[in-house]
Design a protein around this ligand. Structure first.
Ligand SMILES: *Cc1c(COP(=O)(O)O)cnc(C)c1O
Length: 395
């Protein structure tokens, strides 16, 4: 008999009933150190008092009105995002995939309204992940997500990650833009080098096409800057965000320049829930935390500590760890054992991690993680490695 909840997830047996900061608790009271943060979502940690207050305060006023009315909280969040980024305008969504859908539609519409509707194709990269809607699985181009879902949505051309010649060759008279994650998340925590992001910006400018960034996972402070592309000193034309901006409340956004957004006039796009008063109250509270003086610097300092400790772990357990990669508090352990085994072994030591492609285990702690949390996580990772190494020796 089919499960009551459509069985599309490989769920663990664990159930968490409460969370506090970097820890989550089972109904039996077992504490787990959460270095997955619900896949980079609980940016401020669990039950952050400021987020709880913002949510409950808004819940007592009004939850939902509809985008057919003025939304002061939404407007405030838009102004704050604009002030801190390249963007001139923001569209709010409930998820990352919807933020990408808006980004893709906007890129196509841009070319349509400037008189070149033939430019509708978007170039993406192998290993990319942009969501699970029909268009975003086409953008991601992964066979395992496309299989059985009918004809792939037209208009996406994929090139190998890091292959400059293939990229240049893929740009044609129908190309509307290039879409890339500054750090591939699901693909295995693969950062795009800053000079490559700069190269992409130049390539887009030279060809009159748009640069679209997917910062759904790497944005909102995860790398120690508000957005990962800031490290490269470039700006996109369009950017999708989600995950961390809601801190656990479903919220995403598509940010854009005025130029790129020029086709998105009244009636061209919409969302019933997108950016409703509850969601944007939380989004504003997340920004209060992340933009507070010293917060991002703290993320950077903690991440350097984590990176150094992971490098030591790799040196100590070369039979288990092949490589450490990533940036900021978005780190990947490339395993020499199956990553799911590593993840399960870490779970035995009550550490939550997230598996990714390329046999990588992701560490994505809440951005409020402390050095003592990191020391605890590394000690759990060390026990994990020791157990896996012993298993390997026996086998
Ligand atoms: C999670 C993710 C998405 C999809 O977000 P959903 O909220 O699951 O729709 C898109 N892009 C990247 C880079 C992501 O990590």
């Amino acid at each position: 008999m089919i499960a009551a909840v459509l069985p599309t997830y490989n769920r663990s047996k664990l159930n968490f009933e409460r969370g506090e900061g970097v820890r989550v608790f089972t109904p039996e009271g077992d504490a787990y150190l959460d270095f997955g943060a619900g896949v980079a979502v609980t940016s401020c940690g669990h039950s952050h008092p400021h987020l709880v207050a913002a949510l409950t305060e808004q819940a007592q006023k009004i939850w939902h009105t509809s985008n057919i009315y003025q939304m002061p909280g939404q407007e405030k969040l838009a102004f704050r995002l604009i002030e801190k980024t390249f963007a001139d305008t923001v569209f709010f969504t409930n998820s990352g995939a919807e933020a990408l859908e808006c980004s893709i539609k906007m890129a196509r519409k841009y070319h349509a309204v400037i008189g070149q509707p033939e430019r509708f194709r978007i170039i993406t990269f192998e290993g990319a992940f942009h969501g699970r809607t029909l268009a975003t699985i086409a953008a991601g181009g992964q066979a395992k997500y496309l299989e059985g879902f009918g004809p792939k949505v037209e208009g996406f051309d994929q090139v190998p990650f890091g292959d400059h010649d293939a990229l240049k060759a893929a740009i044609g008279p129908e190309t509307a833009g290039i879409l890339i994650e500054p750090i591939q998340g699901e693909g295995g925590v693969r950062p795009v080098p800053p000079q490559c992001l700069r190269g992409l910006r130049e390539l887009c400018d030279a060809n009159g096409i748009l640069l679209l960034l997917d910062e759904v996972q790497c944005g909102i402070g995860r790398t120690g800057k508000l957005f990962a592309h800031e490290w490269a000193g470039i700006t996109p034309d369009i950017m999708a965000i989600a995950k961390g901006i809601g801190g656990g409340f479903p919220l995403g956004a598509c940010l854009a320049t005025e130029n790129a957004a020029q086709g998105m006039t009244a009636g061209t796009h919409g969302s019933t829930f997108g950016g409703n008063p509850l969601a944007t109250a939380v989004g504003n509270a997340v920004l209060d935390v992340v933009l507070a003086d010293g917060f991002l610097d703290n993320v950077l300092q903690r991440s350097l500590n984590l990176k150094q400790k992971l490098a030591q772990l790799k040196d100590s357990y070369p039979a288990v760890i092949e490589d450490i990669r990533g940036q900021g508090l978005m780190m990947g352990i490339k395993c020499r054992v199956p990553n799911t085994e590593f993840q399960t072994a870490a779970l035995d030591h009550k550490l939550l991690t997230i598996a990714a492609g390329d046999n990588v285990v992701r560490l994505l702690p809440p951005l409020v993680v402390t050095d003592s949390d990191i020391a605890e996580a590394v000690s759990k990772l060390e026990m994990t490695c020791r157990a896996l190494q012993a298993q390997k020796a026996v086998a």
